[in-house]
Design a protein around this ligand. Structure first.
Ligand SMILES: Nc1ncnc2c1ncn2[C@@H]1O[C@H](COP(=O)(O)OP(=O)(O)OP(=O)(O)O)[C@@H](O)[C@H]1O
Length: 828
């Protein structure tokens, strides 16, 4: 009988789980699944796909892009764009779209630029999508925007209320931007982006519309990011198009500084790194916050906030899943934790007496609605049971009717055992075992194991029982009592599921109506996370607060390279002074490996860090905000970029020459080295002269070079802007001691042989190199060295040449001479 009762409960499981025995999964599997859900939520991989649209008209560009992952729409307000399309490139670098949509009637230069952004992969033809100009017309675009169905717009809104709401989200006076949005909406609808497999009524989900602007950004190109090791490698699924390798972040500034507690924080920090600012007020707000969190007196508040931030999740992704009712239990739980912890963060920030912009924003945006959302989820969702059952389960006391159904359902096993017992009593003696099970659609059934009396197929019939089906040695019947059970209890389990789904939908809609609050929370929490991260770095790496100024100067006392200082000890700090009085152009010469490149990169990194709002590796600094950063630093990647190395060098330098202003920072590390040295030196010299001749419009230029003739032959004009500097070295007999100290002046040696010696090159080679070098320097004949074989051949050929030179063509007989020469050669 023990067997019997267990089969009864086994039958119940079968019915509840809606699956056959062969598909059975254990509860351990369910929790693994749930855990996997949680993990996927936590995954940091940037599996985003974005679609971008561009409209360039009247010298202004408007850009819009749609992120399939967050289902948010981002719009860049109309911005002045020149023929070098650096704004479009900048947005492209950040968005990395799958494709770019634009109007078919297009400027050829822009079209060529867009195509070049797509790289050289096989998908290049699909990368730029040209749509009819009508799809981008202003009126059509406006209409399309106004008819959008955002979840934050409540259903009861009238038409004019909707229009008013949309106008608050979309600045309609930005014509290019509105047209870009309209065109992209059309494209998304046509391609059914993200909803390819859904029914035709389903529209592309759009959770929110957000604007962004590049006006206050310092422009840094992709090559500089990798040359300065700000990012080492950036993963992107569309990397295959350009043939770029994808992998994890290597040793980079971002890697050493990213201590964010949340994924949204990491994402925002990456965005901050991608968008250095020239907006002083914003940067100072960040600095104030970093100073507060870096202060040891505030360590308790900081760590409380950090603990809460760990639980703030990527809300747009969750809300996007909710719009299609596909949120997993892990995501419900994540939303609850986010709302709960955000409420706490709000309380902590409101308690602070210090006036920080981030505290003010959090105090204002973390409203009571958050508390209500957390409370609703907490009261309604039974997380524990949901995780076990891997579906949305409603807690008790939410709906009395539902509670009643659940009570009935939970009492079923006992009841079914009793029914099975009474059925067994009525069956013949040859049947020793039976159980009652529930199967959806079929209802309650009596299951009897195969025995001798019902072994034959014809023999399945049992009086008073209706045969239904046979499987796994169990024959299933309908009896009077099971029919009664059907009538009495019906599909309780399905009804419970239906009712729970209705409750879930209602809860979901309430949350989606508050999606704006949740998105604001995410932004503020991510910002807070970034600021605490910058503060932690400042404390750990001993960074100081730079003074930002509108004056066009860069003054750094005892500056360090943030990555190099972690790799070599002791690191020698150096000063940087660049302004109108001390000169904006520094030409750095010095022996190989004396620290020139590290110094140049250090200058760029310090300015970059100051312009993301971070503290910097220096004793003190005054940094004037720069508008662009140009670099020409050779990296391994530039070698593999397809273009010849020298072509890459030239394209980077020409971009600097054409676009650098007096507020730009230009770093040239050994430009001109990749070609014949006279051409290289001429190019470098001409470039520097061009900037020097621009007088006060000369950018801040830092150049390192081994072209010593630039100094020794005074190739550059005398100018107050020009200053020669070098790295101090001491020559002690045969050894060279590097001090890595920047001093005024120049050097005329590269001391390459010392470096070669230190690098383990055989001394015979170094000795010979020195010999040749000396001979060339003194304009002497270089003595030939070689093997004994080449030596004797040299003597033989020299004798032939000498004898030929002695022939007097007017007097001697040439034929006779050649004959004797032949005999001489044959003999030897
Ligand atoms: N300020 C410093 N303090 C301590 N060590 C340094 C410093 N600067 C550079 N170094 C060390 O010197 C090495 C070489 O530096 P770097 O590559 O800048 O030389 P370089 O002058 O540019 O050489 P080359 O002209 O051959 O390119 C670095 O890898 C580092 O180990």
């Amino acid at each position: 009988m023990a067997d019997f009762s267990s089969s009864v409960s086994g039958g119940r499981m079968e019915g509840v789980q809606l699956r056959s025995e062969s598909e059975d999964i254990t509860s351990a599997d369910v929790t693994t699944d749930a855990r996997r859900n949680l993990q996927s939520d936590d995954d940091e991989e940037d599996d985003f796909q974005t679609y971008m649209s561009v409209v360039w008209q009247g010298g202004k560009v408007g850009i819009a892009y749609y992120d399939i992952d967050t289902t948010c729409f981002y719009m860049m307000m109309d911005t002045v764009e020149t023929m070098d399309f650096h704004i479009i490139s900048k947005v492209f670098e950040q968005v990395k779209p799958m494709c770019i949509v634009t109007t078919a009637k297009q400027d050829e230069g822009l079209l060529a630029k867009l195509k070049s952004l797509g790289g050289k992969g096989p998908e290049i033809d699909d990368f730029v999508q040209l749509l009819p100009t009508l799809d981008f017309s202003l009126e059509v675009s406006k209409r399309r925007i106004l008819s959008m169905n955002l979840p934050s717009i409540p259903n009861h809104f009238t038409e004019s209320e909707r229009t008013l709401h949309m106008s608050s989200l979309v600045p309609f006076d930005n014509i290019c931007m509105v047209r870009a949005v309209g065109g992209l909406l059309k494209f998304l609808d046509k391609k059914r982006v993200g909803i390819e497999l859904e029914s035709t009524e389903t529209r592309v989900p759009i959770l929110a519309m957000r604007t962004f602007s590049l006006e206050c950004l310092m422009i840094v190109d992709d090559a500089s990011y990798s040359a300065l090791q700000i990012f080492q490698q950036r993963n992107h699924p569309s990397g295959y198009k350009s043939g770029a390798s994808s992998g994890k972040e290597g040793l980079s500034l971002f890697r050493i500084m990213n201590r964010c507690k949340s994924i949204i924080g990491s994402k925002m920090l990456r965005q901050w790194f991608m968008q250095p600012l020239k907006d002083m007020a914003k940067l100072e707000q960040r600095q104030d916050a970093v100073a507060f969190f870096a202060n040891p007196r505030n360590i308790e508040v900081t760590s409380t906030l950090e603990d809460c931030l760990k639980h703030v999740k990527h809300i747009p992704r969750i809300l996007a899943r909710m719009t299609s009712s596909q949120a997993t239990i892990a995501q419900w739980q994540a939303l609850y934790k986010t709302a709960y912890n955000a409420t706490y963060i709000g309380d902590v920030c409101r308690q602070q007496k210090v006036r920080l912009e981030v505290f003010r924003k959090i105090g204002e945006k973390f409203t009571e609605d958050l508390h209500r959302i957390a409370d609703l989820i907490h009261r309604i969702v039974d997380v524990e049971e949901s995780t076990i059952q891997n579906k949305f389960v409603v807690k008790q006391n939410v709906d009395p009717d539902l509670d009643e159904k659940k009570r009935t359902y939970n009492g079923l096993p006992d009841f079914m055992t009793k029914v099975a017992q009474s059925e067994l009593n009525q069956l013949g003696e040859e049947i020793t075992e039976c159980n009652v099970i529930y199967l959806p659609q079929l209802g309650y059934l009596l299951a009897i194991p195969l025995c001798d009396s019902i072994r034959e197929e014809d023999n399945y019939n049992i009086p008073n029982l209706e045969f239904v089906f046979m499987s796994s040695n169990m024959v299933h019947y309908k009896s009077e009592s099971t029919k009664e059970l059907d009538l009495l209890l019906g599909d309780v389990q399905c009804e419970i599921a239906d009712q729970e789904t209705v409750i879930m939908h209602r809860l979901q809609n309430t949350i989606l109506e508050h999606s704006q609050v949740l998105l604001d929370v995410m932004d503020c929490a991510a910002e807070l996370d970034c600021l605490i991260t910058l503060a932690n770095c400042a404390r750990e790496y001993n960074y100081t607060r730079p003074q930002l100024t509108q004056d066009n100067i860069i003054h750094v006392t005892a500056g360090r390279h943030p990555l190099q200082e972690l790799c070599c000890s002791p690191f020698v700090p150096n000063e940087t002074y660049s302004d109108e009085h001390v000169g904006r152009m520094k030409v750095l010469t010095g022996p190989n490996a004396s620290g020139k490149s590290i110094y140049l990169k250090q200058v760029a990194l310090i300015v970059f860090m100051a312009q993301i709002g971070s503290f910097i590796p220096a004793e003190s600094a005054v940094v004037g905000l720069m508008d662009r950063l140009f670099t020409r630093i050779r990296t391994l990647e530039t070698v593999s970029a397809g273009l010849s190395t020298f072509m890459m060098d030239l394209s980077q330098v020409s971009s600097a020459v054409n676009n650098a202003t007096e507020r730009s920072l230009v770093i040239l590390d050994e430009f001109g080295k990749g070609t014949e040295s006279s051409d290289g030196i001429a190019l470098l010299c001409a470039t520097l002269k061009q900037w020097l001749s621009s007088g006060t419009r000369c950018p801040h230029v830092f150049v390192s070079t081994h072209f010593h003739a630039l100094v020794t032959k005074s190739m550059l004009p005398k100018s107050t802007h020009l200053k020669f500097q070098t790295m101090e070295v001491i020559e002690d007999g045969n050894t060279l001691v590097f001090l890595y100290q920047l001093i005024d002046g120049s050097t005329s040696h590269s001391y390459a042989s010392h470096i070669a010696e230190a690098s383990g090159l055989p001394s015979a080679i170094i000795k010979r190199g020195k010999q040749v070098c000396e001979c060339l320097g003194e304009n002497k004949l270089v003595n030939r060295v070689g093997t004994s074989k080449s030596e004797s051949a040299f003597i033989k050929y020299k004798a032939i040449v000498d004898s030929f030179l002695k022939v007097d063509l007017d007097k001697d007989d040439l034929v006779e001479y050649l004959e004797s020469l032949k005999q001489h050669i044959d003999k030897n």
